[in-house]
Design a protein around this ligand. Sequence first.
Ligand code: IPE
Ligand code: IPE
Ligand code: MG
Length: 244
Amino acid sequence: MMQSTWQSSYTRSLHIAIIMDGSGRWARQRGLPREAGHLAGRWAVERVVEAAPRLGIGTLTLFAFSGDNWSRPASEVRNLMQVFEDYFRGSTNGYPARGIRVSVVGRRDRLAPSLFEAAEEAECVTAGGQALHLRIALDYSGRDAILRAAHRLRNGHPPSAEEFARALADVTNAGESVPDIALLIRPGGEQRLSDFMLWESAYAELVFTDRLWPDFDAADLEAALEDFRRRDRRFGRIAEVAAG
Ligand code: IPE
Ligand code: IPE
Ligand code: MG
């Protein structure tokens, strides 16, 4: 029973996630500081956000900064936070007209007040968007989210999958639970999750590409989707049953 409820409430829209990796290497290849890679990564965000609605993507979650990324040199962290703030203050201005709704997923208590405000403002002005739900994972850790959701639900009855997903959404300030991730794309050549959406990716199809994030474009997104559509998603069943 749980299986059918779970799936029916999780097929409303296509949820794609991207681990935006490889910006540092992109810069190094050009003899530029890592900061130049992070700056260039912003334009890749714009390319995929522009392409997503016409490719049938309803929810797009982008991994921008992990809980573990705080361990990078302070100067790089500062630069990244500035890139995020500039993005929230700049790029999202045009989103309401395009029906793009922004949510920021992760902890907020460690963000500088100005970034915190810029993120909340972007959420506020884009709240009515219906064409694409764009989720930016910022100071996000999948394990931390699971630990805090479990803590929140302690002493209750064992939660259903939906209840747990809602608790995860609460503790990551996501506002609401979203469909499971159907396709998880990682550019940059690494083949790992790096603590991203551990619960939400339970049955995600994984696409890894050597393309570095600042070079990633609509054609790469389309190619990943084509690959995804050729996959046989069985959810534990056998092919004949899954197809029927
Ligand atoms: C991803 O690119 C951006 C963040 C993790 C914030 P990287 O900065 O990890 O780039 P590489 O992996 O060093 O090339
Ligand atoms: C994952 O990339 C985090 C983001 C892309 C935001 P990392 O570059 O931090 O991951 P590892 O360290 O290679 O696993
Ligand atoms: Mg990296």
